[in-house]
Design a protein around this ligand. Structure first.
Ligand SMILES: Nc1ncnc2c1ncn2[C@@H]1O[C@H](COP(=O)(O)OP(=O)(O)OP(=O)(O)O)[C@@H](O)[C@H]1O
Length: 546
């Protein structure tokens, strides 16, 4: 997997904020941006840019970070200023492409626009470098910027920065597969290739920024004042007793434009259940997940979480779902957005309106629960994939959700990482959390889940206990395969292999042991629960006698 190589300032870089209060810092920066935008003198703007750059570097923001942000100017600044020299009347300076003549006044106007952009970008780079995202959003709200504008600005900023990040990783990926821009720089083939690259870069960044935006919303980032879960009445929390319904999905359909992603889905999940959500690629698992925490609303049908609908009556995100249902996304890079691990984990609890002391307790407990207390001050973007996944889980746990949904949590983890994750899931289950895990891993699902729900082409194929995963008809219809532990038993003749359904290694060993020790009189009775047949038991018993 290609690593994100973006340089981000973090706690260890000792960035100096100059103005301690984030709200006043933001006001100051916005006032400066407004001031530079009104200045028309190239000399003044040049001096300001130099001064601001000096101040930003002086405050400890790494040069590469600043440079990275400035590179973002290229497409936008170019688009804004490229034609001005040729369209502004004045003293001709030179004649360029297609016989267009650039004027002195036009060049000056272009330079002024570029300098304004440089100044504004430097100031924005500074405020982002020294202000955690949570404080930035809160400060924007505090100075009266409407929520929708805050969302737009947040989205825009994320998008711009992602362009940079995605550009770097895309270039790296393409170079590793032999990218060469052959031909003259102005040749058709190079133009076409650059156009393709830019096009896919914008689309890639757009889709990732959309996912990050969803994840900020999922942790209450744009909701204004959050409600601490602990202040909700116990009966609304709903996670404390078996038998209560945690999730009820009733005749749900969901469409992306004309494309129907979910069709007439109905199921329920009891509190404290461990549910595996399965199905082939494109079956609709991720879509269903986004309905469960209220980030999306079904086109028709209802989703009820802990007794309350996620529908419009409770606001755009649903009344409760987002705050009670924590979602751990497939790619942790879609979920992590703060400059340090500690900040990222604190993001959700702060949005719940908790005091700093409680936020601190929540962050410490969550980091300890996933075993990364020592990473607290590190930049999440410098961590390994497995560590990032733990940060993502800690960010959700810190919000004390009643239901946690994990999308493909095992993906890209090494064997130890998978074992650790399974232990974490077990610990969450013991905390009383209802767990829904979207997975393609049949072995894990058979061992771990007590409810399995299989989707196919947007429809609910089947729902029931984990024994479903040993049913040949279900396996074929769901495009799954038999759990590995059960496969050797299918090769034994004289054993009713369909009755051999070991879900854990221990169960498989016990079953094997019983078969090996089976006496002829047991065969007649079928006493071990695995009825005997003809023929091949003999060699098996011989093996047992060795
Ligand atoms: N943003 C989107 N716009 C249009 N169609 C989409 C969008 N996201 C998903 N789809 C389509 O909806 C269907 C369900 O997609 P979804 O991502 O929910 O499947 P999935 O089961 O999670 O797949 P996977 O196992 O590959 O992650 C697919 O046909 C997919 O092409």
């Amino acid at each position: 997997m290609i690593k994100n190589i973006t340089v981000r300032p973090n706690e260890s870089s000792k960035v100096k904020a100059w103005i301690p209060n984030p709200k006043y810092r933001l006001i100051c920066v916005l006032a400066l941006v407004a001031a530079v935008v009104t200045v028309q003198s190239m000399t003044v703007l040049s001096w300001t840019a130099g001064f601001v750059l000096f101040a930003v570097l002086w405050s400890g923001v790494p040069f590469r970070f600043v440079l990275g942000r400035l590179v973002l100017l290229i497409p936008f600044g170019f688009a804004a200023a490229v034609m001005l020299p040729f369209t502004t009347p004045g003293e001709p300076v030179f004649t360029g492409w297609f016989g267009l003549t650039a004027t002195e006044e036009g060049l000056a106007r272009s330079a002024v626009i570029m300098l304004k952009l440089v100044n504004a970008n430097l100031l924005i780079a500074y405020i982002i470098a020294v202000t955690p995202l949570f404080d930035l959003i809160r400060s924007m709200r505090a100075i009266g910027i409407p929520a929708v504008m805050v969302e737009l600005l947040g989205m825009l900023l994320r998008y711009l920065f992602l362009l940079m990040d995605e550009g770097q990783s895309m270039l790296k990926a393409q170079k590793s597969r032999g990218l060469r821009l052959q031909g003259r720089f102005w040749s058709d083939s190079v133009y076409r290739r650059c156009g393709q690259l830019l096009g896919s870069l914008f689309l890639r960044a757009l889709s990732r920024s959309g996912r990050i935006y969803q994840s900020i919303r999922a942790r209450g980032g744009f909701d204004g004042t959050g409600t601490p879960f602990s202040e909700e009445p116990e009966d609304r929390r709903g996670g404390d007793g078996m038998g209560q319904s945690a999730v009820e999905v009733n005749r749900v359909c969901y469409r992306y434009g004309d494309r129907e992603a979910l069709r007439d889905i109905t199921f329920s999940v009891q509190a404290r259940t461990k549910m595996a959500l399965m199905g082939p690629n494109g079956a609709g698992k991720s879509t269903l997940i986004s309905l469960l925490n209220g980030l999306e609303q079904p086109s028709t049908g209802t989703v009820t979480v802990l007794g309350q609908g996620t529908g419009a009556e409770g606001g755009r995100r649903g009344p409760l779902a987002g705050s009670r249902v924590g979602v751990v996304y497939q790619d942790p890079d879609d979920q992590i957005f703060s400059t340090t691990v500690g900040e990222d984990v604190a993001f959700g609890p702060r949005n719940q309106g908790l005091g700093e002391e409680e936020v601190e307790d929540r962050v410490r407990d969550a980091l300890e629960a996933v075993g990364i207390a020592d990473l607290r001050g590190r930049s999440p973007f410098e961590l390994s994939y497995g560590q990032k996944r733990r940060v993502a889980i800690a960010g959700v746990l810190a919000m004390k959700p009643t239901i946690v949904v994990l999308d493909e949590p095992m993906a890209f983890l090494d064997p130890k990482g998978r074992d650790d994750l399974q232990s974490m899931l077990e610990a969450m289950h013991l905390m009383g959390i209802t767990l829904i895990v979207a997975t393609h891993d049949v072995d894990f699902a058979a061992e771990w889940a007590d409810q399995v729900l299989i989707l196919k082409q947007g429809r609910l194929l089947v729902s029931g206990g984990p024994d479903l995963l040993f049913d040949d008809a279900v396996i074929a219809a769901a495009e799954l395969h038999l759990p590995r532990l059960a496969r050797p038993f299918r090769l034994l003749e004289g054993v009713d292999s369909s009755a051999a359904r070991p879900k854990t290694v221990r169960e498989a060993a016990q079953l094997m042991w019983r078969l090996l020790r089976r006496r002829p009189e047991d065969d007649a009775m079928g006493g071990d629960g695995v009825p005997a047949g003809s023929g091949r038991e003999e060699p098996e018993r011989k093996t047992a006698g060795k």
